[in-house]
Write a protein that binds this ligand. Structure first.
Ligand code: CA
Length: 238
């Protein structure tokens, strides 16, 4: 019973993708990150699956056989039951990006192939939180740091830390991928988002603010600067 309950509390993602290899890769990575996954290989199957399974989020490929991803999205938006269903459109680089953005498809976000899976996951989680779905991980912990995403609270050694919105998202991203080194560009993509033009050095400013906020007197600096590579959340001495 308990297993079933915890299984049901995981967000359900419908992956609409006609490339079987990509669908398999997405399923593998999403399941590993605590999502349930269903697949649809074309637009009609996608609409049927949405009606049957009521997913929490749809990853929708733009180029599908017969019915395009755009048409699927339009139909989802037309129905009251799925008007607010979070949709991330997946596009290929060869498609005209301006056209993609300009088209009023009603998608909540876009990601371009080939994409970084961590960037996709960050966007999915952001979208799910906005939609008030249960986040994949409501609580994150690393070393003596704890984040409660549901109540937007950060603590270190039991004391509450106040972070600005960007520092909060940065720390959340780091805590989802502890010890992994991310370049400034990867952090921009995952934390700031695709459409916002920000100079890479802006990342340094926010990293500095994050450090100042989370590292108390005599505490270990858990943000590691990796020369010429980027930043990581790590307890390892530099
Ligand atoms: Ca396709």
């Amino acid at each position: 019973m308990r297993d079933t309950a915890s299984q049901m509390s995981k967000p359900l993602v419908l992956v609409v993708e006609d490339e079987a290899a990509l669908a398999t890769m997405l399923r593998y990575n999403l399941e590993k990150q605590g999502f349930r996954v269903e697949e649809a290989a074309d637009g009609q199957e996608a609409l049927d699956r949405v009606a049957e399974s009521q997913p929490d989020l749809v990853l929708l490929d733009w180029m599908l056989p017969a019915m395009s991803g755009i048409e699927v999205c339009r139909q989802l938006r037309r129905r009251s039951a799925t008007r607010d269903l979070p949709v991330i459109m997946v596009t290929a680089r060869t498609e005209d990006q301006d056209a993609v953005r300009g088209l009023n498809t009603g998608a909540d976000d876009y990601i371009t192939k080939p994409f970084n899976i961590d960037a996709l996951l960050a966007r999915m989680r952001a979208l799910l939180r906005r939609a008030n779905a249960v986040p994949a991980k409501a609580r994150l912990a690393f070393h003596d740091l704890a984040m409660d995403l549901a109540v937007h609270r950060v603590q270190r050694n039991g004391r509450t830390i106040h972070l600005g919105p960007t520092e909060f998202r940065l720390l959340e991203f780091f805590m989802q991928h502890p010890r992994r080194v991310f370049s400034r560009e990867e952090l921009l993509d995952a934390v700031w988002g695709r459409d916002i033009h920000v100079e890479p050095r802006t990342v340094d400013v926010h990293i500095r603010r994050l450090r100042k906020a989370i590292n108390g007197e005599g505490e270990l600096d858990v943000v590691r600067t990796v020369r010429a590579a980027g930043y990581a959340l790590d307890t390892e001495a530099r």
